[in-house]
Design a protein around this ligand. Sequence first.
Ligand SMILES: Cc1cc2nc3c(=O)[nH]c(=O)nc-3n(C[C@H](O)[C@H](O)[C@H](O)COP(=O)(O)OP(=O)(O)OC[C@H]3O[C@@H](n4cnc5c(N)ncnc54)[C@H](O)[C@@H]3O)c2cc1C
Length: 397
Amino acid sequence: MSETSTISEADERALLDSIDRWLEKKVAPVAAKFEQADEYPTELVQDMCELGLMGALIDPKYGGLGLPALTYARIVARVSEEWMSLTGVFNSHVMMGLIVQKFGTEAQKEHWLPTFATGEMRGGLALTEPDAGTDLQGIRTTARRSGNDKYVLNGAKLWITNSIEGDVLAVLAKTDPEAQPRHRGMSMFIVPTRDKATGGDMPGVMRGRKLPKLGYRGVDTGEIAFDDCPVDAALSLVGGEEGKGFLMATGGLEVGRVNVAARGVGIARRALKEAVAYAQVRQTMGKPIAQHQAIQLMLGEMAAKTRAAELMVEDAARAYDRGGRVDMEAGMAKWFATETAFQVATDSMRIHGAYGYSKEFPIERLYRDAPLLMIGEGTNEMQRIIIARQLIARNPV
Ligand SMILES: Cc1cc2nc3c(=O)[nH]c(=O)nc-3n(C[C@H](O)[C@H](O)[C@H](O)COP(=O)(O)OP(=O)(O)OC[C@H]3O[C@@H](n4cnc5c(N)ncnc54)[C@H](O)[C@@H]3O)c2cc1C
């Protein structure tokens, strides 16, 4: 996305309408089937490529849609209302593209971005390892320079979305494991993982298991290892400079947090919608449960929190679109919207009684999908710490 991305109201309306039509016709009828079978929705992924979602934030000069973060957040919220897993397929990929777009050399942008924009090469972000999640500086994967034109990667990544079905990953590795502070020794690499000709692994790459998960099913979250995996230095080392990887992974990508917050809005909105409808048809003691005050108290709080989450996400997305760092706004939106998603999904389940617990209703899926949002893109514990640090930095005495 360029700092000046804009879209007219009419164009945004047309884009959101086309996504709504696709969600209604193609996604709604099959989401539960794919989710319950934990099956990758290949055709829907193809549709998302055709809708341009893989290149949503990529500059049009490289073939993307170049959308503002605000429009992107609105798309993510809508898709999450229908099936949140689909947003994982395009958002992890979009984050990888943004790393190249924001930090890559011109040659890297020209090489990678057009294929990322169409989804011809799809992937995600490989940061987490078996022993390092929040403490990213504790990763052990290394990238060693080999001759003038290569790096060789060794290490294992875990919990990587799009690592099994995808073709390429942005991999965080240590180019100087002894560096102090540790982040100075970290670099980002774009690593092709699938040999497109054979469909097999690239040399030195071992794609592992698709991990079984509580929610966020269908989309592949997996393990992947690198064993003397050679990569081209000029094309792979993002920005052509070592030591900048930690910044690329954690800073300047607040839009990732805005996206997770927008997923929370989608979950909360759907859970609320289902609760409002159900409360009007389910009768107890001779009247719809919506007329019992206990249910009204829940609905009132659910509605207010869902609306507040929507506004916070829009506020953070607008701040991102204006440029500059927005850690605090993105952190607040991420924390509030995702905690809200979990609460509203839980309350919706209570309102549905036993039916909320049934796999034949969408509530139990929303309830299982919501907790991921409190963990991914920086846990909600870390978000509050980030907010507090920013608050203090912006208000020195
Ligand atoms: C479904 C799914 C998909 C994922 N997809 C990806 C992906 O595509 N790419 C990727 O790289 N990763 C991915 N992850 C990993 C995710 O980013 C990590 O799980 C997350 O960063 C947390 O790391 P951890 O699980 O190692 O928890 P830990 O870091 O071990 O944290 C455990 C607990 O301690 C708390 N904690 C840790 N440190 C502190 C501290 N300093 N102060 C206060 N509290 C602290 C945490 O908040 C948490 O409550 C995914 C995870 C899941 C579940």
